[in-house]
Write a protein that binds this ligand. Structure first.
Ligand code: TZP
Ligand code: MG
Length: 220
C-alpha cells in the first residue's frame, strides 16, 4: 500500500464522524463537526443525500478550511466532483458508486478512498483493490440508514478482520454501549452518525467514544 498523507493504518485515530444534517437539530453541520473534532474525532465524512451541488461544494469548502489546519482529513460521500471542487482529502464509495479504479485514476495516489462492503463477495473483491479502508456496513441495524443489507454483527466483523488486509472502519448502530466490543472484534476505527450528530453535546459524545475506543485498544 502506498504512503498517503493521512495514514489509514494509524491506530490512534479511532473515531470517524459521518455527518447527517437532518440529525443536527438547531446546530449547523459545521458546528457539530467542530465540536466533534475538539472532542477527538479524527476523520470526517461529509454525507449529503439531498443537497444541491452548489451548497454541497460550499459546505465542503467550509469544512475543508476548518479541518485542514487541524490535520483532520475530509472525506466526501459518493461525489467525486465535490471532492475535486473542494480539494477534500478523499471519497467514500458504496458498491453502487463510481468504480474504485476510476476514482483512483481521477483523484490520484494521495487521495483517501474508502469502500463499503455489505456482503462477503464485496470483501473478497476488495482484496485486489488498493483502497485505504473498508467500511464494514452495517455492523448493527440502524434507523439512520434503513436500505442496508443484513448486519454483519460482531462475528461478521471478526471474520472480515481475519481475512482482509485492509484497515476496517465499522459503521451502523454504534454507540457507547458497543463501541469497545466493536474495536475488540477487529475494527481499526468506528464511524458514527447519530451518536454524535443527534447528541445533546457532540463534544462530549466524541470525547466519550474516543475514551471507549482507546480503552478497548489498550491505550486508555
Ligand atoms: N452506512 C451504513 S450504516 C450508516 C451508514 C451511513 C448509518 C450509521 O448511522 P448510525 O446513526 O451511526 O447508526
Ligand atoms: Mg454512496
Amino acid at each position: 500500500m502506498m504512503d498517503r498523507p493521512f495514514s489509514a493504518r494509524r491506530k490512534t485515530d479511532g473515531l470517524y464522524l459521518v455527518t447527517d444534517r437532518s440529525l443536527c437539530g438547531r446546530r449547523s453541520v459545521e458546528e457539530v463537526v467542530s465540536m466533534a473534532v475538539q472532542g477527538g474525532a479524527a476523520w470526517v465524512q461529509l454525507r449529503e443525500k439531498d443537497l444541491a451541488t452548489r451548497p454541497f461544494v460550499e459546505e465542503a469548502r467550509r469544512l475543508k478550511a476548518l479541518l485542514f489546519p487541524l490535520g483532520v482529513p475530509l472525506i466526501i460521500n459518493d461525489r467525486l466532483d465535490v471532492v475535486l471542487a473542494s480539494e477534500a482529502d478523499g471519497i467514500h464509495l458504496g458498491q453502487e458508486d463510481m468504480p474504485y479504479e476510476t476514482a483512483r485514476r481521477l483523484l490520484g495516489p494521495k487521495a483517501i478512498i474508502g469502500l463499503s462492503v455489505e456482503s462477503w463477495e464485496d470483501v473478497v473483491q476488495a482484496q485486489s483493490l488498493d483502497v485505504d479502508y473498508l467500511g464494514v456496513s452495517p455492523v448493527f441495524a440502524t434507523p439512520t440508514k434503513r436500505d442496508t443489507k443484513a448486519p454483519w454483527g460482531l462475528e461478521g466483523l471478526a471474520r472480515i478482520r481475519a481475512f482482509s488486509r485492509h484497515s476496517l472502519v465499522a459503521i451502523g448502530g454504534i454507540s457507547r454501549e458497543n463501541a469497545g466490543a466493536v474495536i475488540r472484534a477487529g475494527a481499526d476505527r468506528i464511524a458514527v452518525v447519530s451518536a454524535i450528530c443527534a447528541a445533546s453535546d457532540p463534544f462530549r459524545a466524541a470525547r466519550d467514544l474516543c475514551h471507549d475506543i482507546a480503552e478497548a485498544q489498550g491505550k486508555g
